[in-house]
Design a protein around this ligand. Sequence first.
Ligand SMILES: *Cc1c(COP(=O)(O)O)cnc(C)c1O
Length: 246
Amino acid sequence: MIARRAILLEAMIKDNIARIKERISRVCSRVNRDPDSITIVAVSKARTAEQIEEVIKAGITDIGENKVQEALSKYKQLSAVPAAGGSAFGGSCQLSAARWHMVGHLQTNKVKDAVKIFNLIHSVDSLHLAFEIDKQAAKINNIQNILIEVNTSGEAAKFGIKPEELPGLVKSVSGLKNIRVLGLMTIAPIVDNPQISRPYFRMLRELRDTSYELRVLSMGMSDDFEIAIEEGSNVVRLGRAIFELS
Ligand SMILES: *Cc1c(COP(=O)(O)O)cnc(C)c1O
């Protein structure tokens, strides 16, 4: 039974990823972009380490979580997968090559753990948080890659800085030695028609273009990633499209 369940899981995830890649290729050819310039982050909150392993085996090695504790526990489980043993993906090579992304809101008291496992923190939204990341990264001799989260839609319930706060924050953070700002992130409003999100994605791209040091645009989720790519996204964060039966 267990083997059968694992095979079904593997097939579903492979199938979903193939379909997503096809959709990305189609949008890219429409807007004349290179599909290889788009990174897929598999957002695995509330999914198991077993599910994440299937995603990595299927070739997606960027894993996104939105809670530090949950990420830490799965990180440890996956690191414990034996190195050799002739698994279908050649030991743990790909597992250890996985890059972990913090996509959820980060509290300052979790930063100490966060800097140990995350290659990229997408959700920096205050100088206070940036200072703490810089401090904790310095302690472990690390330069932490971050994105600044912008609340492009202005919704009160959303995290992220106001667009007009961006230049000031970028300037202040650029003085911190143990942080590297790679770009921007936004979460579009949850709406029935993804076209409604287009102006928010466009706004993030225009903000990115104001600063030469910003490169990454983390925008687009399962319901709106094609629109986000049309507007310049180069990192899409996908949860349901990867892990759920479509
Ligand atoms: C959950 C989550 C996602 C993925 O959402 P889906 O709609 O399942 O693709 C992306 N980004 C963030 C910040 C999330 O919390």
